[in-house]
Design a protein around this ligand. Structure first.
Ligand code: NAD
Ligand code: UDP
Length: 308
């Protein structure tokens, strides 16, 4: 197939491209390189079935393709809050451009949505049927509401124009090729521990997240795109939940070194707990994550070690 990946030079996008190329597809990436890097896809640039185009998804684009994966959007809180108006434009206009193209060329189109659509959840763990608890005017809203509106657009194009959509709600995913200054917790803790700097826990560290290793997530994406039983939305993530204090202690144990744990203020609207209910993915995709946190952290530490 000919496959377009928006945001394909980013962390998740570059791993997706590796899988798609390995499976024999033709892959075109469009990316404005805001948080992505050419070095993530450097090994693919000379490949005859791979093409990179520097382009911003808020401007229209045309490609003759069979599938579209829409990943373009900064994903870490410091990056998406850097230019919040641009972030929400990226989610909304980028989705409209992908959906318009999918409608014209009759492509199956995938949206990388997020567990942030559940906000600071009152239901735990979060099933897809939960509508969420999102602040519409806070600092995280440009991302959360942008992604919620993108889901609305996907389902309206599906109902109105029969566009063949797939929507996945991704829970915290980590692995090699995260940016060392990305700002998300796993890369922050690993880089801090490797540099012997203080490990910065925001708040008291009792808030929870459930961390999925990148290879597990990408396998779920491909299975979702390959089946026709459901268009989603579907949660994908690892249901094993950790506090940020536990994550800091495990990272320190694996890296070694002399870093101390310090506490910094908790950012506003920081969700207190998050864990996916993955019953739908288990039933439809026969999918569940295989890589435990300790093993995934070791692989990610090995990636960062020579780079920091
Ligand atoms: P990332 O920041 O590494 O990748 C995002 C990519 O999009 C980058 O390459 C960036 O340059 C590109 N981009 C941003 N704005 C763009 C624009 N206007 N036009 C073109 N390209 C643009 O982050 P990631 O973790 O790889 O996330 C990929 C997608 O998955 C995002 O949509 C994110 O919201 C979603 N997601 C990720 C996670 C996670 O835990 N990693 C969780 C939930 C959702
Ligand atoms: N966090 C932290 N120290 C850091 C970075 C993040 O304690 O250096 C916390 C953050 O407050 C949040 C959790 O770790 O409670 C996950 O943060 P991240 O930005 O990775 O993802 P998100 O909040 O979007 O799930």
């Amino acid at each position: 197939m000919r496959i377009l990946v928006t945001g394909g030079a980013g962390f998740l996008g570059s791993h997706l491209c590796d899988r798609l190329i390995a499976e024999g597809h033709e892959v075109t990436v469009i990316d404005n390189l805001f948080t992505g890097r050419k070095q993530n896809i450097a090994h693919l640039l000379e490949h005859p079935r791979f093409e990179f185009v520097r382009h911003d998804v808020i401007d229209p684009f045309k490609f003759e393709v069979d599938q579209i994966y829409n990943l373009a959007c900064p994903a870490s809180p410091p990056h998406y809050q850097y230019n919040p108006i641009k972030t929400i434009k990226t989610s909304i206009l980028g989705s409209i451009n992908c959906l318009g193209l999918a409608k014209r060329v009759k492509a199956r189109v995938f949206q990388a949505s997020t567990s942030e659509v559940y906000g600071d959840p009152h239901v735990h763990p979060q099933p897809e049927s939960y509508w969420g608890n999102v602040n519409p005017i806070g600092k995280r809203s440009c991302y959360d509401e942008g992604k919620r509106c993108a889901e609305t657009l996907f389902f309206d194009y599906h109902r109105e124009h029969k566009v063949d959509i797939r929507v996945v709600r991704i829970f915290n995913t980590y692995g090699p090729r995260m940016h060392e200054s990305d700002g998300r917790v796993v890369s922050n803790f690993i880089v801090q521990a490797l540099r012997g700097e203080d490990i910065t826990i925001y708040g008291d560290g009792s808030q929870t997240r459930s961390f999925c290793y990148v290879d597990d997530l990408i396998e779920g994406w491909l299975r979702l795109m390959a089946q026709t039983e459901t268009v989603g939305p579907m949660n994908l993530g690892n249901p094993t939940e950790f506090t940020m204090l536990q994550l800091a202690e495990l990272t320190l144990k694996l890296v070694g070194g002399k870093s101390k744990i310090v506490h910094k203020p908790l950012p506003s609207d920081d969700p207190k707990q998050r864990r996916p209910d993955i019953a739908l993915a288990q039933k439809v995709l026969k999918w569940e994550p295989k890589v435990p946190l300790e093993e995934g952290l070791q692989r990610t530490i090995a990636y960062f070690k020579p780079r920091v």
